[in-house]
Design a protein around this ligand. Structure first.
Ligand code: SF4
Ligand code: SF4
Length: 58
């Protein structure tokens, strides 16, 4: 389990990167959020702040 970002939906706002308590989210070269599944602790904080609903826990 880990948060997953829909790369089509992400607008690169960066909101999710600031709320992740373990720093698992970074913006990649395309300006899209990427979650390191090995670091994510499934807290769900990022899913609530994404303005376009691009992040899901699976
Ligand atoms: S679910 Fe929590 S730990 Fe995982 S990427 Fe989102 S904010 Fe970070
Ligand atoms: S909050 Fe949503 S739109 Fe903004 S960078 Fe994160 S995944 Fe992309």
């Amino acid at each position: 389990m880990a948060a997953k970002v829909d790369q089509e939906m992400c607008i690169g706002c960066g909101a999710c990167t600031g709320v992740c308590p373990v720093g698992a989210i970074t913006l990649n070269d395309e300006g899209k959020a990427f979650v390191d599944a090995d670091v994510c602790i499934d807290c769900g904080a990022c899913t609530g702040v994404c303005p376009v609903g691009a992040i899901t826990l699976e």
